[in-house]
Design a protein around this ligand. Structure first.
Ligand code: PGA
Length: 246
């Protein structure tokens, strides 16, 4: 089984009423591509999800978080069940911005992952070390990966390795490092979940991916795609990233 490749847009807290034109131009470009090497997923803010899902069938969509409970007195939260009810198919969980600003813990993320999977959402699970944690990267990644359920099929989850120091900074690890770290993640997953899971799960790179560096990164043999922030908000740039495969 070949691993599925993805190019995923994380719009973060960006996108207004007129942002559908960005989705449309990406979709038109994707339709015209002769070789569709990767699946394209756009994760806009919650306010735009339902409209995009109704209007655009060529692209898949995801939320940027979900609560671990299905419903209840949790002001401001959105559940996995709610996302599924509007035919959303993906959800980003554990993004470093949420781990930092919302103080999301490994325990809470484990519950969120389970809730997403129970509601048939595919989880885009983000992991990555901070600058001051580079020396103990393996320990950090192992701890973050241990939020995954012990029994999980590779098609239920996508891992996104995003070094925190590379997000929005223009700094990217060397190609050699990216490939090595992805291999390391596979080794950790082989022990934590199973060798079969680690062979088949897609592992994406994220952190300052742009149209200039995407071909080099996406064609590394251990990298199964990219999670793109800033560059996903510019149509031409994002389309070039989707078209990065040799
Ligand atoms: P960036 O963000 O591409 O702007 O660095 C990536 C992310 O946070 O997912």
């Amino acid at each position: 089984m070949k691993r599925t490749k993805y190019v995923i847009a994380n719009w973060k807290m960006n996108g207004q009423k007129d942002s559908y034109k960005l989705v449309k131009s990406i979709s038109n470009y994707h339709k015209k591509m002769k070789r569709k090497t990767s699946k394209v997923v756009i994760c806009p803010p919650f306010t735009l999800l339902s409209e995009f899902i109704k209007k655009e069938k060529n692209i898949k969509f995801g939320g940027q978080d979900c609560h671990h409970k299905s419903e209840g007195a949790y002001t401001g939260s959105i559940s996995a069940k709610m996302l599924k009810s509007i035919n959303c198919q993906y959800v980003i969980l554990g993004h470093s911005e949420r781990r930092i600003y919302q103080k999301e813990t490994s325990q809470e993320l484990n519950l969120k992952i389970q809730s997403a999977i129970n509601n048939n959402l595919k989880v885009i699970y983000c992991i990555g070390e901070k600058l001051e944690e580079i020396k103990k990267r393996s320990i950090i990644l192992k701890k973050q990966l241990s939020s995954l359920p012990k029994k999980i099929e590779p098609k239920k989850v996508i891992i996104a390795y995003e070094p925190v120091w590379a997000i929005g900074t223009g700094k990217v690890p060397s190609l050699n490092d990216i490939n090595k770290i992805h291999k390391k993640i596979r080794n950790i997953l082989s022990n934590l979940v199973s060798p079969d899971f680690s062979r088949h799960v897609s592992i994406l790179y994220g952190g300052s991916v742009n149209a200039k560096n995407s071909a080099d990164i996406l064609n590394l043999n251990q990298v199964d795609g990219a999670l793109v922030g800033g560059a996903s908000l510019k149509s031409k740039e994002f389309c070039k990233i989707i078209d990065s495969y040799h």
